[in-house]
Design a protein around this ligand. Structure first.
Ligand code: FEO
Ligand code: CA
Ligand code: CA
Ligand code: CA
Length: 602
């Protein structure tokens, strides 16, 4: 009976069947329409997409690859702020095996497999990849239930791996950031591997550099001063072979270039001529995202996960207060305090400040200034005794409750003697979600309390140790939480990365997640991706009536599944969204609206 079920669900939609397919599907009663795909025009003079003859010049004007973060900003003066806005999009990385004919799978077989596949790469293809990275600014407009990109918008912008950017904050100009192309250490070309991000109250887009190690190759000279720093970041990763063509990506030729990546980039989306700024005060690591909220006294607080096995959760609190004067607030992110989280066994937690001269962050340990602390934020956090987490991805604060949600995607390397209360499972393949509450509901407070909202994975397999609420159906559970969004009513929506039919019997998607009352820990499947696609960028319009989602790399197969046919341009796992034999699968943004209008999920 309804009474036995407890309080009513916060989500009024009929759950999808989780059976994996080659299509994108949304719950009954909703529209899910493709807004823009890889290769579609962003700038007015973009040529038509021609996948077999793609050029860097064309790609620089077209929508990039692997759309990740989405940030929606109402256009000033819009009659309906939720029907006319700018959509800022990160283009995280490229899958050349799916983008280009004849290349074969590059992620198979470890570094040697990659070297073999690089045989098909050329300087021209690498240039296409560079132009397919970065970001896009789109002007978008809703008419009825349909969204469209405004063609020829004066806001339209492509940011690439070569867009000039300014470096600001404590590391700006430091000798460790100086290169032969930039002796000032203040000017860098491009942003790389921009995963999730954030929006500030003063109307800027924060775009976060994540796996920057993969872009570098070559070796440092024996005994080079950056050896330990780069080892801690996995540099050189050589996931891309750009260093074969561009000396700045080769450590033997330009040893300081990697210190110029791994930052949070702040971009003014309303001015397409503005120079993006790398805000070094927020630290250098593999930033997943940077979601913000205002502290009790009006300072701005950003939470950011470092997506690596055993890495950390960070917080940055600005020194100044948000004033509402845009010109003044524009430089708030240059001064403040970066801290790293320690989760104590008693359910409390501490923010440990990363401040030069305090505790172990002193010259005896190789820290000579705040610049050294932010450049080597990971090593500084190691010394402070931060809690080693299971790959922290998105962190989002709920403005209604002040609870902060941390997506911990997985850590299949954690051993039984390495578990800690906040990361309680060895061989954590399916991840979990940690919930934090700042003391006094003040996001600038030095302490917090925490709890685990859910341990993910199949609840019907006892050894998985999952803790979904028993109301969760066979379709409603998920693994590998990655991104999340909190809607206008304070409800949590979780997006995943890493569900494959052979791992969890489902594809990635969006699950609606109860966080309060008797139903806390119950989740429900709302949207599912086609084979191989990861769900990124979940973003609501302010009225909660549109839900934008970004689907990355449709058509991939599980790189860890020895029985899966390698996904290639010629043989993808799906050809979504075009389903045309002469068109590869394309990463794309989908706009979800309710048939007949109204709030999503209500
Ligand atoms: Fe780019 Fe942590 O996902
Ligand atoms: Ca992510
Ligand atoms: Ca991920
Ligand atoms: Ca991905």
């Amino acid at each position: 009976t309804a009474a036995a079920q407890g309080a009513a669900s916060a989500f009024a939609f009929r759950e999808l069947d989780s059976t994996p397919t080659d299509r994108a599907e949304v719950a009954e009663g909703y529209n899910a329409e493709v807004l823009i795909r890889w290769g579609d025009a962003v700038l007015a003079d973009a040529p038509a997409f021609a996948p077999t003859t793609q050029t860097a010049a064309a790609q620089a004007r077209q929508f990039g690859y692997n759309n990740d973060y989405l940030g929606y900003f109402p256009v000033p003066g819009a009659a309906n702020p939720s029907a006319h806005g700018l959509l800022c999009v990160n283009h995280e990385y490229t899958n050349e095996e799916l983008m280009f004919p004849g290349l074969g799978r590059q992620d198979a077989g470890g570094p040697l497999g990659r070297e073999k596949a690089f045989a098909g790469m050329t300087k021209e293809l690498a240039a296409v990849e560079m132009m397919a990275h970065g970001g896009s600014v789109l002007e978008v407009r809703r008419t009825g239930e349909r969204w469209q990109v405004v063609a020829g918008s004066r806001y339209a912008r492509r940011i690439t791996a070569e867009t000039p950017m300014e470096i600001t904050g404590p590391a700006a100009g430091h000798s460790r950031l100086q290169t032969s192309a930039d002796p000032t250490g203040r000017r860098v070309l491009g942003m790389l591997n921009n995963c999730a991000g954030g929006r500030t109250p003063w109307g800027t887009w924060l775009s976060c550099e994540e796996n920057i190690n993969g872009y570098f190759s070559g070796r440092l000279a024996e005994g080079h001063a950056e050896t330990a720093n780069y080892r801690r970041m996995g540099i050189p990763g050589r996931w891309m072979n750009w260093g074969d063509y561009e000396p700045r990506f080769d450590l033997s030729k330009e040893p300081n270039e990697p210190n110029r990546f791994g930052w949070v980039v702040e971009i003014d989306p309303f001015d397409p001529t503005s120079t993006p700024k790398k805000r070094t005060a927020l630290g250098r690591f593999k930033h997943e995202g940077a979601a913000g909220i205002t502290s009790r006294d009006g300072r701005y607080v950003l939470y950011s996960g470092d997506d690596e096995r055993y890495d950390y959760v960070y917080r940055f609190v600005t020194e100044g207060r948000v004033s509402g004067d845009r010109a003044r607030d524009m430089n708030l992110l240059d001064s403040g305090t970066l801290s790293v989280a320690r989760y104590n066994a008693d359910g409390t937690g501490d923010w440990l400040p990363l401040v030069f001269g305090e505790g172990p962050l002193i010259p005896a340990n190789g820290f000579h200034s705040q610049a050294d602390v932010v450049i080597e934020a990971r090593r500084a956090s190691d010394l402070l005794g931060a809690t080693r987490m299971d790959r922290p991805e998105d962190v989002e604060a709920n403005p209604r409750t002040d609870k902060v949600y941390v997506m911990l995607t997985n850590n299949n390397r954690r051993k039984a003697d390495e578990v800690n209360p906040a990361n309680p499972r060895a061989d954590n393949r399916f991840g979990h979600i940690v919930e934090m509450l700042p003391d006094g509901r003040d996001h600038a407070a030095p302490r917090f309390t925490w709890d685990i909202l859910v341990r993910c994975g199949d609840p019907s397999i006892a050894t998985v140790g999952s803790t979904f609420n028993s109301r969760t159906t066979k379709d409603g559970w998920f693994g590998m939480p990655d991104n999340c969004a909190i809607d206008a009513d304070g409800r949590l929506w979780v997006a995943t990365d890493g569900n494959f039919p052979n791992r969890t019997g489902r594809n990635d998607g969006v699950w609606a997640m109860e966080t309060e009352g008797e139903r806390r820990g119950t989740s429900k499947l709302f949207f599912k991706c086609p084979f191989g696609a990861e769900l990124c960028g979940p973003e609501f319009t302010p009225d909660g009536e549109t839900f934008f989602v970004a689907l990355q790399h449709p058509g991939e197969t599980d790189p860890e599944d020895p029985n899966a046919a390698p996904a290639t341009y010629e043989n993808p796992a799906t050809r979504w969204p075009d389903f045309s034999p002469d068109m590869p699968p394309r990463p794309a943004i989908v706009a979800i609206t309710r048939k007949g209008g109204g709030k999503i999920g209500s």
